[in-house]
Design a protein around this ligand. Structure first.
Ligand code: ATR
Length: 272
């Protein structure tokens, strides 16, 4: 049976095994998908052991996304733009290929939520790995302009330099006044019970506030957006399932339906 896995440290919390086993069951694909705890200094060894034991492909999560990038023989455009990878596979020539499906997962999830990205200006908050991986796919999907705002301005500026003039960098105090229909929180602020400290006027025209994090309760950013009257809020659970679906497609050439898996995970997260 073809073997796949997710590598991380820690890895107990990972939802990838549940997601991929559900996808496989849905599509009648015979495969095994495990969670592998790689030592912090031993990702490459762990990957090589997995391949020697018949591993065909893997997802990579924290803290190995940059190490996987270094290890790859072939990097996709999406991986290069993100500077990190979340999906690995061996091609027919035996090369280690790496991709990043996180940003595509975000775009797919925004489309599921009914957002028309064509020609809009997006306000993207945060300048870490999550934010960097989202920019290329958002622009490819038709976003006309992207304002990248971060607490530490220099990090936003460093990312913006990798893209053309469609991406502008700023701090939270000098976000240009424009009607942003979509505001995305790609910071990890929710993990510490906080939200990016932006002014309410920047979400005045916002139709959807999106947070890449998820949890049993709405994140502080989503709660705040609701208080400001933003009509629709969504957390990152849909992005998680959609990035997995894209990885599954890379490995198996079949596109899973995300709806049943997302419903299952929503139940699990609520019950946790
Ligand atoms: P990831 O790979 O998940 O994006 P990261 O690279 O550590 O994680 O980046 C974390 C992001 O969250 C950064 O943009 C960080 O802002 P700074 O660059 O100014 O540190 C942002 N962040 C974390 N906590 C925050 C908070 N309480 N308020 C605003 N931004 C925060």
């Amino acid at each position: 049976m073809d073997r796949y896995a997710v590598f991380g440290n820690p890895i107990n919390h990972s939802k990838s095994p549940v997601i991929h086993r559900q996808f496989a069951a849905e599509l009648g694909e015979q495969l095994q998908y495990d969670a592998i705890l790689a030592p912090l200094d031993g990702f490459a060894d762990s990957w090589h052991q997995f391949v020697a034991a018949g591993g065909k492909g893997a997802n990579v999560t924290v803290p190995f996304k940059e190490q996987a990038y270094q290890l790859a023989d072939v990097l996709s455009v999406r991986a290069k733009q993100a500077g990190a990878v979340n999906t690995l596979y061996i091609d027919s020539a035996g090369r280690l290929c790496a991709d990043n499906t996180d940003g595509t997962g975000l775009v797919t999830d925004l489309q599921r939520l009914g957002v028309n990205l064509q020609g809009i200006t997006v306000l993207l908050l945060g300048a870490g790995g999550a934010s960097r991986g989202a920019i290329g796919p958002l622009l490819d999907a038709g976003v006309a302009k992207l304002v990248l705002a971060n607490r530490t301005v220099s990090k936003a500026q460093a990312i913006a330099r990798n893209f053309d003039q469609k991406v502008t960098a700023c701090g939270y105090d000098d976000i240009p006044s424009q009607p942003y229909k979509l505001v995305i929180n790609a910071t990890s602020s929710g993990l510490s019970g906080e939200r990016p400290n932006i002014e309410a006027r920047h979400v005045e025209h916002c139709q959807l506030a999106y947070d890449m994090l998820y949890g049993a309760k709405p994140t502080p950013f989503l709660q705040w957006a609701q208080q400001q009257g933003v009509p629709q809020q969504a957390d990152g659970l849909g992005m998680l399932v959609a990035q997995a679906a894209e990885a599954f497609y890379i490995w198996r050439g079949k596109r899973p339906d995300v709806t049943p898996v997302l419903a299952l995970l929503q139940q699990q997260v609520q019950a946790a």
